[in-house]
Structure formats: C-alpha cells, structure tokens
Design a protein around this ligand. Structure first.
Ligand SMILES: [Fe+2]
Ligand SMILES: [Fe+2]
Length: 244
C-alpha cells in the first residue's frame, strides 16, 4: 500500500499538489504501520494483534477510498495524469483484498475452502493479467520484443481468468479435488513464467539496460506479487492434498 501511494504520487501532473500531498500522507501512514508491525512477534498478545489488524484495516479502507476518488476524477477528465485508470482500479482492488483478508483473520478464518481456491485464483489471475498489460504499456515502444512478450502474457492470463470464471460459475459441482488440482497446476506454470519475466525485466531496469517508464520499485513490486500468488497456489495445493 505504501508503494502504491508512491507510484500514484509520481504519476500526477505537477500542479495537482493536493492529490500529491494526500498520496504522501498515505506513504507516512503506512510507514508508521510498518514500524509498529516490526515490534510484533510470534509471542505478541493476540488481542494486541487483533487491535493492530483493525487499525491496518482502516488504513487500507481509506487508501481504497482515495484510489476510487482519483479514478472518478480521471474518468471525468477532471485531472490528467500518468496513472492509468486500470492501474487505479487495480491498486484499489488490492486494497480491498487486503482489507477483507485482515477482516477474515480477525474473524478467525484461516483455512482455505474449495470455494476460496477458485475465487482467490480469479482475483490473482486478473491481477497478473493487469500487470502484463501495465508492463507492455510502460515499456518504451521501441522495446518491440519485450512489448510483444508482455502482450503474450496478457493474452495467456486473460484466458486463465476466463477459465477460472467458468470454474467459478460451475461451482459447487466443479469443486472436485482432481479439477482443482489441475487448475492450480496449470496456473502455477503460467505464474512461474511470468514471475521469471518480471525478474528479468526488473534486473534490466535496475541496470538501466532497457528503455521504459517503469519505476524500478514498480518492477520489483509486481515481481513480489507474482511470488505471493505462487506461495498461495502452493498453500492451496497442500491443503487439497491434506484433505484427500
Ligand atoms: Fe500492488
Ligand atoms: Fe498489483
């Protein structure tokens, strides 16, 4: 969330000082939260953790509202910026996801259900499809090969999103172990290859070897989100095997 605020702040026009200031306030807010987080450990009082979760939930909700406000201003052409509407929507979906996850944790929902497996994959596959599109559109147009690769990833993930939506509408009959297992395996293959692509892009950007409008931290950010998704796929796979 802190990095989202940074990316948005960098994308505004020079004159949109009010919006830039608001973004900067979110950077400070999430920095404070990170500091508090570093003081927690496995031995922390669960009540303190629950209280902290509520505080972070509120911060996530308020950055969600800010992103939706900026989306509205953008779609009404009240502002012109380099923050794509899809990026604003994307980062707001991530904020909502984070807030909901914190609420679930406070309600004691820890174990993944078959239903969650499909829905979580729909969410993350769409996130991956969006990332591929952002990369493709923020690379310099002269990076033809990389732009083409990004477009292929975008297409691949769009297909996976539709497959996941099909499985979702076939619920609960689609919630069989073999189908879910195959679903996770197929997604894993594509996410691994996208993660490798992001890793390479991130290194090339760091070394200033390619031309783009991609902030090095944004390249790393999308890499970490792919890594997170892979982690979640593995966790679901383990829970599927354990329930078999
Ligand atoms: Fe993000
Ligand atoms: Fe993202």
């Amino acid at each position: 969330m802190k990095e989202h605020a940074l990316f948005l702040s960098l994308g505004f026009s020079y004159g949109d000082t009010k919006l830039i200031e608001e973004a900067e306030q979110f950077i400070t807010l999430f920095e404070r939260i990170e500091e508090k987080l570093s003081k927690f450990s496995l031995h922390s009082d669960p009540h303190e953790v629950a209280k902290f979760n509520v505080e972070v939930y509120q911060a996530a909700t308020s950055i969600w509202a800010y992103k939706r406000k900026v989306l509205g201003l953008t779609l009404n052409c009240d502002i012109r910026s380099n923050n794509y509407p899809l990026l604003l929507d994307h980062t707001s979906r991530e904020a909502a996801y984070f807030a909901n996850r914190l609420r679930d944790l406070n309600e004691g929902k820890l174990q993944p259900l078959p239903e969650t497996i499909i829905k979580e994959n729909v969410f993350f596959l769409r996130i991956m499809a969006d990332h591929s599109k952002f990369i493709g559109h923020l690379l310099d147009p002269s990076e033809r090969k990389l732009v083409a690769q990004a477009r292929e990833f975008s297409h691949d993930f769009d297909q996976l999103v539709f497959q996941a939506l099909d499985l979702d509408s076939m619920r609960p009959q689609s919630e069989t172990v073999p189908i879910l297992d195959q679903f996770l395996d197929q997604n894993r293959v594509s996410v691994k290859s996208l993660r490798a692509f992001k890793k390479t892009a991130s290194e090339l950007i760091d070394e200033c070897k390619i031309k783009s409008n991609i902030h090095p931290l944004l390249a790393d950010h999308v890499f970490r989100e792919a890594d997170r998704f892979l982690h979640i796929i593995d966790m679901f796979d383990e829970s599927l095997m354990a329930n078999q």
